[in-house]
Design a protein around this ligand. Structure first.
Ligand SMILES: NC(=O)c1ccc[n+]([C@@H]2O[C@H](COP(=O)([O-])OP(=O)(O)OC[C@H]3O[C@@H](n4cnc5c(N)ncnc54)[C@H](O)[C@@H]3O)[C@@H](O)[C@H]2O)c1
Ligand SMILES: O=c1ccn([C@@H]2O[C@H](COP(=O)(O)OP(=O)(O)O[C@H]3O[C@H](CO)[C@@H](O)[C@H](O)[C@H]3O)[C@@H](O)[C@H]2O)c(=O)[nH]1
Length: 504
């Protein structure tokens, strides 16, 4: 037993158990986390009835239809198999709360866009509202589980709200647990089926240990006990923010190195390979890119920065803020590179943008780097032609309208239903999402339909530079100097006539 798992010693139930064995789970929030997580629990725990509720009735209708509200590989099969058996989607929140033994709070905690902490702190109004709804409708003992990503000690506020209700009704008993989710979009079902770890934080009291043990048993249906970590509540809450901060920091670190590569003739893929071979560093999350996107990294690092500032830890706040600053800079740097290499003007030039989601295998566009690169190019009056296999035209337009204005988007943006069409008559192709289909496009045919000279900017390092150069493209990739900038001895500007670094 590790030191951190001391709570396991108390896993014998206290003489009078406060909570029933978990037979009914309710999850409030039917989003990217609530939907897949509950589908997995229902699939792995046939003895448990799982109900996912949301205040958005339209979303619930979609979960009950053939067209699920989110795309996630493997999700549809599981939902269709379990739905109506032990998995239910409903908008009757009070009923689902009344019937539950255990309630997951899985609502959004976006960066606050008003008032104190604007642009930094997470907005906890949805979490608080769920806590109040639970207090109002519980009717009996409930284990309440924070699955949303929250700042440290958020569980305390939930507990205070629930305890107030408990004061007025002797039937009510609550324990609040922290059980942050670590799934990544695009691989959510795999991550849920075989998690690196499940983290459960609880109160250091007999009732707290009892509640933790109930949730442990749910996960034990399919997760090995050695992978279920139990800690105190605050460690669990902080571990989630820390994990995302570490992951985001790795990307900013390799992206910072990518800039040095471009200026020196080193190749970032080779550097990442060599650095990642050190088992203390490891090779994951070292892929240089146009910057990280998604609904979590920026929000959670900013939340950590805000927390540090609130704790008067200015130096620590600045350290983590750097991760975001490098990410913003990388996006801007990439857009500037495009303008620079297109002879310092893109006004009126058609540029094909391949990929709009924040990573492959998801249709999610939240905080996608594509939004910011596009914004910079629209400011330069470029005409942008988009294609993404999973993002609709309406979604692309609405995301861009938020940052560039509807009038600009109506005037300068087109969205196509395939890549070849988007590239027709374009001066340049820009890869912003690493969709597999972009690796195998017929670039020789595409080249013939484009304006010449034709450029290609690889923001995801998925293309074969040598092959593209042979076709005739001018090729620019994150983290490597353009072909002609260095000869084999690294002397700038001499022109080697070939790419001295092999592609990976
Ligand atoms: N998206 C991810 O990959 C991921 C992974 C791990 C953790 N998280 C965290 O999990 C939480 C949820 O993220 P998400 O991506 O699933 O969000 P989401 O926006 O996809 O889903 C949240 C859902 O909660 C619903 N909701 C909000 N308030 C409600 C209320 N009072 N009653 C009923 N429903 C309500 C919304 O309508 C929405 O459908 C966030 O804190 C996020 O940081 C997300
Ligand atoms: O080496 C890498 C790895 C990722 N990315 C980018 O980073 C972003 C985030 O990717 P990823 O972490 O794979 O997806 P998310 O769904 O955002 O998952 C992160 O955020 C979730 C929400 O908190 C956590 O649960 C996950 O553990 C954490 O990986 C994407 O734009 C990726 O393209 C890179 O640029 N280089």
């Amino acid at each position: 037993m590790t030191q951190k798992d001391t709570s396991l010693e108390f896993f014998t139930f206290p003489p009078s158990s406060m909570f029933r064995e978990v037979k009914n789970i309710t999850c409030v929030g039917a989003g990217y986390v609530g939907g897949p997580t509950c589908a997995m629990i229902a699939c792995k725990c046939p003895d448990i009835r799982v109900t996912v509720v949301d205040m958005n009735a339209e979303k619930i209708a979609q979960w009950n239809s053939d067209e699920l509200p989110i795309f996630e590989p493997g999700l549809e099969e599981v939902v269709k198999r379990q739905r109506g058996t032990n998995l239910f989607f409903s908008s009757d929140v009070p009923k689902a709360i009344r019937e539950a033994d255990l309630i997951f709070i899985s609502v959004n905690t976006p960066t606050k866009m008003y008032g104190r902490g604007k642009g930094m702190a997470p907005d906890l109004k949805y979490v608080e509202s769920v806590a109040r709804t639970i207090a109002e409708h519980a009717g009996g003992p409930k284990i309440v589980v924070e699955k949303s990503t929250v700042p440290v000690r958020a569980a305390e506020s939930i507990k205070t709200i629930l305890m107030e209700a408990q004061k007025h009704n002797r039937e009510l008993h609550f324990q609040v647990l922290s059980n942050p989710e670590f799934l990544a979009e695009g691989t959510a079902m795999k991550d849920l089926a075989k998690p690196d770890r499940v983290l459960i934080g609880g109160e250091s009291s007999p009732e707290g240990y009892e509640a933790v043990s109930h949730l442990v048993r749910v996960y034990e249906h399919w997760v090995d006990r050695s992978r279920i970590i139990t800690t105190n509540t605050w460690s669990s809450e902080l571990s989630k923010l820390a994990a995302n901060a570490f992951l985001a920091q790795r990307i900013s670190s390799i992206n910072a190195i990518s800039a040095i590569c471009e200026a020196t003739g080193a190749d970032v893929s080779e550097v990442a390979h060599a650095v990642g071979y050190d088992s203390r560093i490891g090779n994951k999350f070292l892929q240089a890119s146009v910057g990280f996107g998604g609904s979590c990294f920026q929000k959670d690092v900013l939340s950590l920065v805000y927390l540090c500032e609130s704790l008067n830890l200015g130096k620590v706040a600045n350290y983590w803020r750097g991760v975001i600053e490098i990410n913003d800079w990388q996006r801007r740097r990439f857009a500037d590179k495009i303008v620079g290499e297109l002879f310092n003007t893109v006004a009126g030039k058609k540029i094909a943008i391949l990929g709009f989601s924040f990573k492959k295998n998801t249709g999610d566009t939240r905080e996608s780097s594509a939004i910011y690169v596009a914004k910079h190019l629209l400011e330069e009056c470029a005409e942008l032609s988009f294609y993404d296999p999973k993002v609709t035209e309406a979604q692309i337009r609405s995301e861009l309208a938020l940052v560039s204005g509807k009038e600009t988007v109506d005037r300068l943006v087109k969205v196509h239903s395939n890549a070849a069409q988007a590239c027709e008559k374009a001066h340049a192709i820009v890869i912003l999402t690493e969709w597999d289909e972009f690796k195998t496009l017929d670039y020789a045919s595409i080249y013939k339909t484009m304006q010449h000279p034709s450029a290609i900017f690889d923001g995801r390092l998925i293309l074969d530079k040598k092959q593209l150069r042979e076709i005739g493209f001018r090729v620019f990739a994150i983290g490597s100097a353009p072909e002609q900038a260095y000869n084999m001895f690294g002397t700038a500007g001499c022109g080697s006539g070939g790419d001295s670094s092999p592609n990976r």
